[in-house]
Design a protein around this ligand. Sequence first.
Ligand SMILES: [Zn+2]
Length: 374
Amino acid sequence: MQFKHIIGQHEIKQQLIQSVKQGRISHAQLFLGGEGVGALPLAVAYSQYINCANATDDDSCGICSSCVKFEKLIHPDLHFTFPTVAIDKKKLSNDFIQEWRAAFIENPYIGELQWLLKLDEEGKKQGNITADECRDIFKKIGLKAFEAKFKTVIIWLPEYLSQEGNILLKLLEEPPVGTLIILVAQDADKVIATILSRTQLIKIPRLSDDDISKVLVEKYQQPERDAETLARVAEGNMALAISLVNAGRSDYFELFQSWMRLCFNARKDIENLTKWVEDCVKTGREFLKSFMGYCMHMMRASFIHKYGDNKMLRLSNQETDFVTKFSPFIHSNNLPELTKAFNDASFHIERNADLKITFLELSLYIGSQLKKAA
Ligand SMILES: [Zn+2]
């Protein structure tokens, strides 16, 4: 992974490159950024840059023997730890390394749920990083570097480490010479404090709408107007933007429109609502998670609509018609509650909650919020 293949993030790239040029590579770093902002590809590009034989002022060469191995994630001094599904608690990240390489090469912006679904298609099992895995990290670090300047361990989603994470503390405090440990996290509140305090924090900002929209046009053949709209919905999350492209956006609108009607009448027409929920949950967790993103976007659009800044919304004609009628029901007395409800639902979708119950409860809650006075 070369820096030039990473979307946006020019300042972070420069900051990382400068740290290498000035010999200030901190041995334990925490790359912190929301889903789909590129923290994981940045971690890979950074360690590729450090180990490149012919690095220039702004990138690794991409062709030296170290780079060639990094591009395929097969460099013997590059190690990964990531959540795996607990089919067999004895299994380690290494047992899934083929799947991991293929998934990263296909989409370096892969989200947590997308990854777990690759290991467990039905999405019924909980992801985990085990104590055995932590001990394995010690083993990997203990190996002498084969050929790299810096042996690197990238730990993706340390949020999955609870008390077993304390096994790593000594390693983070005093890593052996010539090792680099990069933790790539999305939510600092969910990383155990003892780990947080022992790493140097690098905050990765969200991507700009323009950065995302440009990629959607160039790489995903989206018409410019659609790309701009998708980028707004994705809110800086490239993983979500790709999910939205794959799902096809017209589905979202129709689904959203019929759902809101049913939520309004939830108590009177529970039968049709239940049917809607049953059909909806069949679409699968990944679609549902991106659908939550779309719903939040439409809620905000309905709120903003009242203040006349419609150009900013970049809605389709259908959506504009809907938002015009829906707007009186969204106001400062329910927007925060609704946004939180969609966020919570999104979290539950990811963490294997019962989808039918989640959506039925959410529908009833939305129904009650929509009836709240402005
Ligand atoms: Zn190189």
